[in-house]
Design a protein around this ligand. Structure first.
Ligand SMILES: *Cc1c(COP(=O)(O)O)cnc(C)c1O
Length: 357
C-alpha cells in the first residue's frame, strides 16, 4: 500500500484520528471473525469466543487502542502490551513470545498494532519485523502513523517507515505532521472491500445504487455520518505548498529536534531519555550534584512556572512513574536559538527551586 494510490484496491477515508484507530480495530475484529469463524459481527453481534480475541501493541502505543478495544466489546483485557527496547520501540522478539503465550492459553491473536511515531518519543516500531510476524500468525496488521506519516514526504527519511506498505490499515493524522489545523485525519486500507464490513445503506443518504454507480460517499467508509469538509484545507496545502515544500518543513523540524537533542545531551543540567526518529524529546532538568532532590517535583514546578510566567508552554509526560518535560517540535519556524533560550529559562527555574528548598 502506498499513500499515493497505485493499486486500485487501496482505499482512503477521511475521519477523526482516534476514530481511525477505532476503525482499524473494528475492521480487524470483523474481518478475523468472518474469515476464521464464518461469523458476521455486523449482523450477529460478537461471537462467543470474542472475549479471547487479543490485540498486541507496544507499551508506548497511543491509549486510543485500549479505548477502541473497550468500545468494540473486547474489553481492555484484550490488549496485550509488549515491552519496548531502550529506544522505546516495540521489541519484536517479545512480541512473538507474547503471541505464542496467548495461543497456549487458548486465546486468539487477531491483530498487531505498530506505532510509526510514538506520541511521547516520536519513535518507530520495527515495521518490517512486525509485519512478518503478523503474516506468520494470520493477524491483521495496523500501523498507527498518526505522527510518522509525514516521513513519506521526504526522500531523506522515508526509509524510516519502510514496511508500512504491508499494513492492512493505516492511521494518518494531518493535524499532527502535515501542518494542518485540527482536525484533519485519514484512514487507509489495503483492500477497499474491507469497508463493506462497516457499510450501512440509508435510502435518503447513500442508497445502494449509488455504490453500484461508483458515486463516492464518505459515509460508506467510516462510522461518522455528517462531518465538516476537513479535507479542503489539506487540499489547499497540497496544491499551494506541495509535497516538496512540506517535505522540507519535515526535514527542518527533524533537524531542529536533533540539534535540541545535542544541546540536552551536552549539558549536565539535563537528562535526555531518547533520540527521536522524528521530533519528540523527553527530558528533565536534573542538575543536582550534592543533594538528592525529587526530580519529578522540580520538573513539575518548572512546567507550571513556565506556564504562569507566560515564557513557554512546555509539555510533560510520565515515564516509569517519573515526571519529564517534553518538546514536540512541529513548527518549522522554531529555531535552535528558540530552543536554547527555553532551556536557559528552564535551567534558571530549576536552579531557583533548588536554592529555596
Ligand atoms: C495523537 C495521536 C493519536 C490520536 O490523535 P487525536 O488527533 O488526538 O485523535 C493516535 N496515535 C498517535 C500515535 C498519536 O500521536
Amino acid at each position: 500500500m502506498k499513500l499515493v494510490t497505485e493499486k486500485t484496491q487501496t482505499e482512503f477515508s477521511r475521519v477523526a484520528v482516534s476514530q481511525s484507530n477505532l476503525m482499524g480495530m473494528l475492521l480487524a475484529r470483523d474481518h478475523y471473525s468472518i474469515k476464521h469463524f464464518n461469523h458476521n459481527i455486523k449482523k450477529n453481534g460478537l461471537p462467543e469466543n470474542a472475549h479471547r480475541f487479543r490485540i498486541f501493541v507496544s507499551e508506548a502505543a497511543h491509549f486510543s487502542i485500549q479505548k477502541s478495544a473497550s468500545i468494540l466489546g473486547l474489553g481492555e483485557q484484550s490488549v496485550v502490551k509488549i515491552k519496548t527496547d531502550r529506544s522505546f520501540k516495540m521489541n519484536s522478539i517479545l512480541l512473538e513470545d507474547a503471541i505464542q503465550k496467548e495461543i497456549e492459553n487458548g486465546n486468539i491473536p487477531i491483530a498487531v498494532v505498530a506505532t510509526a511515531g510514538t506520541t511521547d518519543f516520536g519513535n518507530i516500531d520495527p515495521l518490517t519485523n512486525i509485519s512478518a510476524i503478523a503474516k506468520k500468525y494470520n493477524m491483521w496488521f495496523h500501523v498507527d502513523a498518526a505522527y510518522g506519516c509525514a516521513l513519506l514526504l521526504t526522500e531523506k527519511y522515508r526509509h524510516l517507515i519502510k514496511g508500512i506498505e504491508d499494513a492492512d490499515s493505516v492511521t494518518v493524522d494531518y493535524h499532527k505532521s502535515f501542518f494542518q489545523p485540527v482536525s484533519s485525519s485519514g484512514f487507509l486500507v489495503k483492500d477497499r472491500n474491507y469497508f463493506a464490513l462497516i457499510t450501512h445503506y440509508a435510502d435518503y443518504l447513500n442508497p445502494k445504487d449509488h455504490d453500484e454507480n461508483e458515486i463516492p460517499n464518505q459515509v460508506n467508509k467510516s462510522i461518522q455520518t455528517t462531518r465538516r469538509f476537513d479535507a479542503l484545507k489539506l487540499w489547499f496545502t497540497l496544491r499551494i505548498i506541495g509535497k516538496k515544500g512540506l517535505g522540507n518543513y519535515i526535514e527542518r523540524i527533524i533537524y531542529t529536534a536533533r540539534e535540541a537533542a545535542n544541546l540536552l545531551e551536552n549539558d549536565s543540567h539535563f537528562e535526555l531519555l531518547n533520540r527521536s526518529d522524528i521530533s519528540a524529546l523527553v527530558f528533565r532538568y536534573s542538575a543536582n550534584p550534592f543533594k538528592t532532590f525529587d526530580l519529578s517535583r522540580i520538573n513539575t514546578y518548572i512546567k507550571s512556572q513556565l506556564y504562569k510566567n507566560g515564557n513557554a508552554l512546555v509539555a510533560g509526560t510520565k515515564v516509569n512513574g517519573q515526571f519529564y518535560l517534553k518538546f514536540t517540535i512541529l513548527n518549522p519556524l522554531t529555531t535552535v536559538e528558540d530552543i536554547k533560550s527555553i532551556l536557559i529559562t528552564i535551567k534558571k527555574l530549576g536552579n531557583e527551586y533548588i536554592e529555596v528548598n
